[in-house]
Design a protein around this ligand. Structure first.
Ligand code: NAD
Length: 520
């Protein structure tokens, strides 16, 4: 029996009230990709609305930052529990506006809860005052403090609209900041539902402001009015955002595009590698920044891998149901569907071999695209180097592992790669030679992404800065060093010594200090 979605017009109208705008603004209609029909609408915020939102966020931030970390943590951990208790509705909201499979919606919602738990547990150790090394013990003592930056701006994409807005703002809020968030214009409701749960969990009103509208209209005003930018989206737009943030001398974290590579070695366990790589390629219909779009296979097993991979791909399921039956997601909109199909047509017309897929699937849903496997792809084809962001992958052969590493690294991007082998040591040593911010061994993206304690982000044109780990919360803070002079200034003679005498004495002291192992 098909499961009914819990999302209805009334709920979406109610969520739209969470947008910070003056009354009477134009409306943006939101299309549900499963039907390509309007499911709801949100106000089209103006630059004036963004300024007002930032002013109000700034006011709310002062009181929030004066609360203890313990109090702030209690709000975020209540949010964790509320999210799990309301997961079915959260998954339905995400699926309704993205057209994604329930599996992909489940991943982003539960990952957000787990991120909250991780930062609630680690923030006390990371944000507390730290005693720091000084020039000479006794003379001076120094502490490093971590203060919130103030107001964090967030611009997020449509592909994981809950996680890439809500989960990324959790550490910002915990650290004592306010947030002004602009979701993608196609997918505002996931964030608005997250906002509702955060406020139900006790987040003070005004601390999280959501402005809905187009990036080109609101982006620069947002950057002008915040103290840090968290951006997730394309490399092209990321460059614009980074330039503007740089000219204001504010920090920015840029999580951008990829053209990720999987390296399959000759000893890979194909029973696990074939479904593993397929998941890494086709999850969320390939609309996943960390999905694989290039597979490099050792020539010794290329034929066998390819035939098993194609067979596996042909058996993947596609559906618009609000349950766990579909392996793939719909494309987000018609433009994107055309773009994905355009990449495949361009490749085939330039000589690529289509092994399976290669066409839209309106019989499943208006915007579905078949999982597609290509080979004989070369530089004449656009998808050779450009991110497709759809369910399309190219298989290449390699003669030596050095060749495979060189081919994988021959890209302007370096986000998330993977290596597949029975020899884990060799897999790890190969991973360290790949130019990507994260590399999974015998896994496509789940292990790298969900290692919350480790930084996650891109090298090269895939980004600047990282989410997760210590850096994922410290980036939302300003460090402040407070040093107390106790006896007298360092590097200045004391007790009537001349500089000559002092220099000699200091030479002896420094030589002793370098032999004291515990004095860093
Ligand atoms: P996009 O850059 O077009 O849009 C992302 C966000 O930027 C949207 O909210 C959009 O409204 C806003 N925006 C657009 N123009 C703007 C401007 N001039 N100033 C400020 N904001 C502006 O990206 P997209 O096509 O929606 O998302 C897909 C891309 O995002 C892919 O390249 C994908 O790899 C990347 N992505 C990266 C990560 C990551 O963590 N590295 C995660 C998800 C997606």
């Amino acid at each position: 029996m098909v499961r009914e979605s819990l999302v209805n017009t009334l709920l979406l109208e109610d969520l739209a009230l969470g947008v910070s705008t003056a009354p009477g603004r134009k409306r943006i209609e939101i299309l549900g990709p499963f039907t390509e029909e309007v499911i709801g609408s949100v106000p089209e915020a103006t630059p004036e609305d963004v300024v007002e939102a930032a002013v109000n966020a700034r006011k709310a931030q002062v009181a929030w930052a004066s609360r203890s970390l313990q109090e702030r943590s209690e709000v975020l951990i209540r949010f964790h529990d509320l999210l799990i208790d309301n997961a079915d509705l959260a998954l339905d909201v995400v699926q309704a506006e993205t057209g994604k499979s329930r599996v992909a919606a489940f991943e982003e919602v539960y990952d957000s809860a787990a991120t909250a738990r991780y930062y609630v547990n680690t923030a006390p150790g990371l944000l507390r005052r730290q005693r720091r090394t000084v020039s000479f013990p006794i003379l001076t003592k120094a502490y490093e403090y971590r203060h919130p930056v103030g107001v964090v701006g967030s611009i997020s994409p449509w592909n994981f609209p809950f996680n890439l807005s809500v989960a990324d703002m959790i550490p910002a809020l915990l650290a004592g900041n306010a947030v002004v968030a602009k979701p993608d214009e196609k997918t505002p409701f996931s964030l608005l539902y997250g906002k509702r749960l955060l406020e139900e969990a006790g987040l003070p009103e005004g601390l999280l402001q959501v402005v809905t509208g187009y990036g080109e209209d609101l982006g620069s005003t947002l950057i002008e009015n915040v103290d840090f930018m968290m951006f997730t989206g394309s490399t092209q737009v990321g460059r614009v955002v980074a330039e503007q943030a740089a000219s204001r001398l504010i920090g920015a974290s840029m999580e951008l595009g990829g053209k990720n590579a999987a390296v399959v070695m000759d000893d890979a366990d194909l029973a696990k590698t074939v479904p593993g790589v397929a998941r890494a390629v086709f999850a969320n219909g390939g609309q996943l920044c960390i999905a694989m779009e290039r597979i490099y296979v050792d020539e010794k097993i290329r034929a066998e891998f390819t035939s098993r991979f194609v067979e596996h791909t042909r058996n993947l399921s596609l559906s618009t149901d609000f349950d766990y039956t579909s392996d793939l997601s719909s494309m987000i909109n018609r433009d994107h569907l055309d773009n994905v199909h355009g990449h495949v047509e361009d490749a085939v017309s330039n000589g690529a071999t289509l092994l399976t897929g290669g066409k839209p699937r309106p019989d499943v849903g208006p915007l579905f695209y078949e999982p597609t496997v290509l080979t004989d792809v070369d530089e004449s084809m656009e998808l050779c180097r450009t991110e497709t962001f759809g369910p399309v992958v190219s298989i290449y052969g390699y003669e030596s592992l050095d060749d495979a590493i060189a081919m994988a690294n021959d890209s302007e991007f370096g986000l998330n790669f993977s290596v597949w082998t029975r020899n884990v040591d060799k897999g790890v040593s190969t991973a360290t030679q790949l130019q990507a911010g994260t590399v999974g061994v015998n896994d496509g993206f789940a292990a790298t992404w969900s290692s919350y304690g480790a930084p996650m982000g891109g090298m090269k044109a895939s980004g600047l800065g990282r989410r997760h780990g210590a850096v994922g919360i410290l980036k939302y803070t300003e460090s402040q060093t407070v040093a107390v002079q106790r006896i007298g200034p360092a590097f200045a003679p004391m007790g009537g010594m001349t500089y000559e005498q002092y220099q000699k004495m200091l030479g002896v002291v420094l030589k002793i200090m370098r032999r004291v192992p515990f004095y860093k």
